[in-house]
Every structure is written in structure tokens, then in C-alpha cells.
Write a protein that binds this ligand. Structure first.
Ligand code: GLY
Length: 368
């Protein structure tokens, strides 16, 4: 049994996201409806060792000719160097535009393989097979692909939608607990943005998902993909509503940079969770959000083992954080854009956040 969610937008060919158990074995049958050509699986060394054999067997069982190309695990692979190496391999394999790429892995692999697919021969098809919770609920859906540069994350990329996304819940069983929690932060974020009943389920009965309960995880992934795809359908290029998906990210990204981008200190999901808690408290400070909602939001995040206070993760300066939050750019009229909330499930884009007031708030949060 699986659930299929369609994603269709004005600017791209519609595609389906399939969420369910045991889907890797049926991957070949799915991919063979999209190409009769060759398939290059791009993965990282860790995921390839775990799932590569099953994926290749399924593709070859469906009569497809395959190759597998691996990159080192970790964010450092989202680089010009790896992108060039991947594209050079695709050229050496003489892949043509009838062929297809399968991105098998987490967000790093999906972003890198997606960008390679966007650029190769001006764009070839690719299928996302996300193997982390974070990739299943966020990065594999919506067509954002990118690499990093020394000047910042995701600064070079393209919108290139996948032809299909296949999210096999069973692969989550091999994830380390901290990585599962990190993905859970993005799941909670979706409830906080626009679905209070979903958030309450995640913080109550569904909370077993963060400890690896696959039934709860399946429901959490399905609802997250429904929420994300509805937003992407309306605003693929993030000119408006898609920015809501950045709830907690502007605070979170500044914290990640200030704490040295060290996954051992702060994972992306932990930064997002702390960022969401800060966005709720800041909204309450501005008189926008009832205290009861702040309490509920923060306790849902904390109960999942995610940080909700700066003191739990390290030290940072208020001025430095605000500069990071403005992207180190000159703040227009002393204002910046943040995702704020009127309550759980009621996020909105605020384009006139006062930088001085925000720095004062961050001091009350314990920033220097
Ligand atoms: N991860 C945010 C977005 O896809 O827009």
C-alpha cells in the first residue's frame, strides 16, 4: 500500500510523489515508464552500500541498463568540484537526453544530482529517491537544486523538478536517531506553518514517529508532502507563499553559521527547531501570537528532543546574528523579512521586521 500525491504547477510538468513501505523493490517498474534508455544512479558511499544493490537489482530487473556513481557523504560534496566530476562521468558514459538520473540519498545527493540533471545537455530527467526523513519531507519535493560556494550555502542552483519522487519509509529504519530528529523538525515545521491539527497529532499520538515508529513516520511524511506540494504548486519560484517554508530558517541559518556549520554541534534540523521556537517567541513579543500557542509549539519541539533555547546549543552575539539574518547585506531602511506567526498553523511573511528591535529580542534570548 502506498499513497500518491500529485504536484502540478503552471511552470513545470506535473509529477507524482509516492510514499509507502517497501517501494525500492518496485523502483525499476516505475522508472521504466519514464525511460527505456540508461539510468545513472547518483548516491553517496554510505547510502550506496546500504541500498545500492537493491536499487540496481530493481532497475536491472525491469530491463534497464544501469551505472552507479558515488560521491563522499556530507555537505562538502555540494561543490563545483564534485559537480564537475559528476558531469564529466555522465559525459564519459555518453548519456543522452533520453536517459535518466536517479538521485539516491539525502539532501546533499538530491541537490547535487538534481543540479547535474538540470545542467547536463541543458537538462535531463531525474527521479528522486530520498533516503533521509529530511529529504523525504522537504528537499526532494519542489525542484530546488543547488551546490554551495565558500561564500554561502545553496548559492548556485536551478529550479529543476524531478519526474517522480519515491519515498520508501522502510529506509528510515537505518537512520541514526539524531538524523531522524533533525528531519522531524521539518515535519513539525509544516504543522506550525499551516496545520494546527497535524502539529497536535505530531506532538501527541504521532510523537512515536521521532523514535522510529514507521507507521507514524509514514503518516507524517504523507501530510508533510501534501503541505509542501500545495505551496510549491502555487509558487514554484518563491516569489510569495513558498517563503513560508522558511519558518525557523532565517534564525536557524544565522545560528548554523555563527556556530561554525558543525553538524556535531548543531544539525540543520536542530537549527530549524530552535529557529521556530525563536520565531514564535518573537511573534509573541510583537503581540502577534498568544502565549498559549508559544508554549504548545515549544513543548512539541522540546518533547521531540530538539533544542528550543540558545543556551542548549552554544553562544552567539546578537549583532552578528542579525547581520547573518540579513545575509550580510545592507538592511533596507533598517528592515528585514522573517516568517512570523499569529498562532500554531498561522505563519505569514513579514517584510518589515525592525533590525534594532530584533537584536534587542535576541539579547533577551541570551545572545551577547
Ligand atoms: N526547503 C524550502 C523550499 O523548498 O522552498
Amino acid at each position: 500500500m502506498s499513497t500518491t500525491i500529485s504536484v502540478s504547477g503552471a511552470g513545470f510538468t506535473s509529477y507524482e510523489v509516492e510514499v509507502g513501505r517497501g517501494l525500492l523493490t518496485g523502483l525499476g517498474a516505475q522508472v521504466s515508464t519514464l525511460t527505456k534508455g540508461r539510468v545513472v544512479v547518483i548516491s553517496d558511499e554510505t547510502v550506496a552500500a546500504l541500498h545500492g544493490p537493491a536499487v540496481l537489482a530493481s532497475l536491472e530487473g525491469a530491463g534497464l541498463r544501469t551505472r552507479i556513481l558515488t560521491v563522499p557523504p556530507g555537505e562538502a560534496s555540494k561543490s563545483f568540484t564534485e559537480l564537475e566530476r559528476v558531469i564529466d562521468r555522465l559525459l564519459a558514459y555518453e548519456l543522452d537526453r533520453k536517459d535518466l538520473i536517479v538521485a539516491l540519498g539525502g539532501g546533499v545527493v538530491g541537490d547535487l544530482a538534481g543540479l547535474a540533471a538540470a545542467l547536463y545537455m541543458r537538462g535531463i530527467d531525474f527521479v528522486q529517491v530520498p533516503t533521509t526523513l529530511l529529504a523525504q519531507v522537504d528537499s526532494s519535493v519542489g525542484g530546488k537544486t543547488a551546490i554551495d560556494t565558500p561564500r554561502g550555502k545553496n548559492l548556485v542552483g536551478a529550479f529543476h523538478q524531478p519526474r517522480r519522487v519515491i519515498a520508501d519509509i522502510d529506509v528510515l529504519a537505518t537512520l541514526p536517531p539524531r538524523q531522524l530528529r533533525s528531519g522531524w523538525a521539518e515535519v513539525l515545521k509544516h504543522g506550525l506553518i499551516c496545520d494546527a491539527a497535524f502539529f497536535d497529532w505530531l506532538a501527541g499520538e504521532g510523537a512515536v514517529g521521532v523514535n522510529g515508529d514507521l507507521v507514524a513516520l509514514e503518516r507524517a511524511v504523507i501530510r508533510s508532502v501534501e503541505i509542501k506540494s500545495a505551496i510549491v504548486e502555487e509558487d514554484e519560484r518563491e516569489t510569495g507563499r513558498r517563503a513560508l517554508l522558511n519558518l525557523g530558517h532565517t534564525f536557524g541559518h544565522a545560528l548554523e553559521v555563527e556556530l561554525g556549520f558543525d553538524e556535531l554541534v548543531l544539525t540543520h534540523g536542530e537549527a530549524v527547531a530552535l529557529g521556530c521556537a525563536m520565531a514564535f517567541r518573537y511573534s509573541a513579543t510583537l503581540g502577534l501570537c498568544p502565549d498559549a500557542d508559544v508554549k504548545r509549539a515549544v513543548s512539541g519541539l522540546a518533547a521531540a528532543g530538539l533544542p528550543t533555547r540558545l543556551a542548549e546549543v552554544g553562544e552567539a552575539g546578537a549583532g552578528a546574528l542579525v547581520r547573518r539574518m540579513t545575509g550580510d547585506k545592507k538592511v533596507e531602511d533598517g528592515h528585514l523579512t522573517l516568517i512570523l506567526v499569529r498562532g500554531i498553523g498561522q505563519a505569514f511573511v513579514e517584510r518589515t521586521v525592525d533590525a534594532v528591535r530584533l537584536a534587542g529580542f535576541l539579547r533577551t534570548e541570551g545572545a551577547r
